[in-house]
Design a protein around this ligand. Structure first.
Ligand SMILES: C[S@@+](CC[C@H](N)C(=O)[O-])C[C@H]1O[C@@H](n2cnc3c(N)ncnc32)[C@H](O)[C@@H]1O
Length: 306
């Protein structure tokens, strides 16, 4: 496990060799104050799961089955962590900068979950994030819902091909959740929805909306067909039908397919989709950011299917 080796000057506000601090800090109103555990050494193994947070590829490698951090993920921000906890994800540990330790958290921390507190500069070195102002937490992953359950119980799904950018993925998931979609499905080249930046951009909706992984598109669409989904591909191509004219039977099951920034959808997926729709563009703008396109299309598809 690669660890930052650089030693830091002693942490401001840290309590020397005291193993723990009792502070009025990050308790939830109405709960007794939590036990804060000061950490002063960036190589402290208890901080290992919080390392390399800015590096999505590294995190994916470490969090995959058999990796150093198999079975866990990191979430950032009190409200985002609260959404994860509310959705049933269990906390492993919590990490706070000293400046954040005096305000309550939006979630309860069970007594057996350690709450580490550290000086801001140490956190910056450990995490690789520029400034850490809010809470970080490590949580256990949960088993994904079975694909048949997601397909049988949903009416509207988002289908993503090559959406590797975590912020775009988070924005899409937030739109899908807020605009009446029931879940989302990813091809193998998409970003991990539980990656810190994705869950933050989604304001925690990745924890509320069920999702699953499929094989490469379009070869993996058999189960969608079996469950009666119409696959609607979103593409800026001029030959596609304008989304405002999209008509679908009321109650139709729809999978809305979106592609990556840059290349867009593959030719194979475009050819295999049942419908191809475009958001008409003006002023010579060729396309929208995929997150913006998802918001427009989720709204239009929800309206078209009642
Ligand atoms: C930035 S676009 C990719 C542009 C790429 N040159 C193409 O032709 O698809 C990323 C994704 O957002 C969606 N998108 C963006 N603008 C769109 C538009 N005006 N109409 C339909 N879909 C759009 C599509 O799903 C597209 O694959």
């Amino acid at each position: 496990m690669g660890r930052p080796a650089k030693a830091l000057p002693s942490a401001k506000g840290a309590v020397g060799s005291n193993p723990t601090l009792s502070a009025p800090g990050p308790g939830v109103p109405g709960r007794p104050p939590m036990r804060l555990i000061p950490v002063n050494d960036p190589a402290d193994p208890r901080l290992a799961p919080y390392t390399g947070l800015r590096d999505h590829d590294l995190r994916q490698k470490r969090e995959r089955r058999g990796g150093d951090f198999d079975g866990i993920f990191v979430a950032e921000g009190s409200l985002v962590v609260a959404r994860a906890v509310a959705a049933g994800y269990r906390l492993v540990s919590v990490l706070l900068p000293y400046g954040r330790a005096e305000r309550p958290l939006a979630f309860a921390v069970p007594d057996d979950v350690p709450v580490y507190v550290a000086e801001g500069r140490l956190l910056a070195v450990v995490t690789g994030l520029g400034v850490v102002r809010d809470v970080l937490a490590v949580l256990h992953r949960r088993p994904l819902v079975p694909l048949w359950w997601l397909l049988a119980g949903s009416r509207r799904l988002v289908l993503l091909e090559g959406v590797a950018n975590p912020t775009n993925l988070g924005v899409i998931v937030r739109s899908a959740a807020g605009l009446g979609f029931d879940g989302f499905l990813l091809d193998p080249s998409c970003c991990d929805p539980l990656y810190r930046r994705a869950s933050r951009a989604a304001m925690g909706e990745v924890f509320a909306l069920p999702y699953g992984w499929l094989g490469r598109f379009p070869g993996s669409w058999g189960p969608l067909r079996e469950h009666g989904y119409t696959i609607v591909a979103l593409t800026p191509e001029a030959s596609a039908e304008p989304i405002g004219a999209l008509r679908l039977p009321a109650g139709a099951k729809v999978a809305l397919l979106l592609g990556a920034e840059g290349p867009g959808l593959t030719g194979a997926s475009l050819a295999a989709a049942d419908r191809r729709v475009r958001i008409p563009m003006h002023r010579g703008v060729d396309s929208l950011n995929v997150g913006a396109a998802a918001a427009v299309a989720c709204y239009a598809v929800a309206a078209a299917t009642g």
